[in-house]
Ligand binder design. Structure first.
Ligand code: FES
Length: 383
């Protein structure tokens, strides 16, 4: 489902306190926007607000199942220093907010082969439960052959976001949803369930008979980078193919939760280069978007293509500005760029010329005498 990333004003109909530091915000999708806000379980919405005079955008995962297409709820944990999450946790129902159409590649598809059983493993921590909840809800409701084991990490039981929803699903589908809660700052009476989720603990679950060692159709992992660095290799080691291991990052490995990503407004140079003239040299940049070609320039390596467009008044789609969400995905038609980071494009997309505008800078070769390399051309209309 390729839906153009665009903002619409949606009514915030409900603010639900999930834990002492997190809320669920529900937006009403009017009938005329139903098509635009169709989503796949696991996708996210980007919210936009002006806070202290600055326009801020933040992606938040949808927690709703596919059975609620007109009421989309996102989960937001208030993180220390997080300007948007602090703002969002103080909102009241009844206001209009700018909300981008659903985006994201961390998704699960409905069953394609009826009658084939699909056993899926979900490993989530903290607010990482949000997109996973959408996947669990949607697939349990739509596919009688889908079943899940959810391993869920939190600090304490009081910090479990969507605890009521998870309990309700367990009661409704006792044969098809198993939940293993792991708490890092609360005694559970079982050492196996206390601490952080890592490969050793997962192997411990297998040894204890809580988790089958094989037979998984797919796995979904959403939580801190350190957890994913443990979980993903473990999933490979038990035989899951790479294409069946899905992962979603909310922060980059060197970013603290709530910390703004520097990508959009940064003027820092990713690679050290003492030739500052080259770093700032204007490289022609053509941007195709909505069927129109816009011609601007990018300052050598000192700014990203997204930052160059923003500086010159072109509104490109973006959300995280950190290489995480792929909202700024476009196709490179000419020239050469280097990406600072990529946490969201699949290898096939990179091999086929797709780049992240928020992470791409003119590479050294963009200034050589070869005419084709001496300009950059990108296309946001390519799917
Ligand atoms: S805006 Fe999220 S990857 Fe570029």
């Amino acid at each position: 489902m390729a839906v153009r990333a665009e903002f619409h004003e949606l009514l915030l109909t409900r603010v639900r306190l999930l834990t002492e530091d997190s809320v669920g915000l529900t937006f009403l999708v009017p009938a005329e926007l139903t098509q635009q806000y169709q989503f796949l379980p696991g996708q996210y919405l980007t919210l936009q607000a002006r806070i202290d005079g600055q326009r801020l955008l933040r992606p938040y995962s949808i927690a709703s199942g596919l059975d609620q297409p007109s009421r989309l709820e996102v989960g937001i944990r208030c993180v220390e220093g997080g300007r948007f999450s602090t703002y969002a946790n103080r909102l009241s129902a009844g206001i209009m907010l700018k909300v981008m159409t659903p985006q994201g590649l961390f998704t699960a598809s409905p069953a394609t082969t009826p009658g084939v059983s699909r056993r899926m493993l979900i490993v989530a921590a903290g607010s990482g439960i949000t997109p996973c909840l959408s996947i669990i809800k949607s697939l349990l409701a739509s596919d009688p052959n889908a079943s899940f084991t959810l391993i869920l990490g939190n600090r304490t039981a009081k910090h479990v976001m969507f605890a009521d929803d998870i309990n309700a699903l367990q009661h409704r589908y006792p044969e098809r949803l198993a939940v293993i809660n792991v708490l890092s700052r609360e005694s559970t009476g079982s050492p196996l369930l206390e601490g952080h989720i890592d490969s050793q603990r997962l192997s411990g679950f297998v040894d204890a008979g809580l988790l089958p060692a094989d037979g998984w159709h797919a796995a979904y992992c959403c939580g801190p980078p350190a957890m994913q660095d443990e979980v993903v290799p473990w999933l490979s080691a038990i035989g899951l193919a790479q294409e069946n291991i899905h992962r979603e990052l909310f922060v980059t490995p060197d970013q603290q939760p709530g910390e703004a990503v520097a990508g959009l407004h940064s003027t820092s140079v990713a690679a050290t280069n003492s030739d500052t003239k080259s770093d700032n040299e204007e490289v022609p940049l053509t941007i195709h978007i909505d069927g129109v070609a816009r011609r601007i320039s990018v300052r050598g390596k000192s700014e990203t293509l997204l930052a160059a467009a923003t500086r010159q008044g072109i509104d490109l789609p973006y959300s995280c500005a950190g290489g995480l969400c792929s909202t700024c995905r476009c196709k490179l038609l000419a020239g050469e760029v280097s990406m600072d980071a990529n946490y969201s494009l699949a290898s096939w997309e990179v091999e086929n010329g797709y780049i992240l505008a928020c992470q791409s800078r003119a590479s050294d070769n963009s200034n050589d005498s070869d005419n084709d390399k001496n300009r950059i051309e990108i296309d946001f209309d390519a799917t």
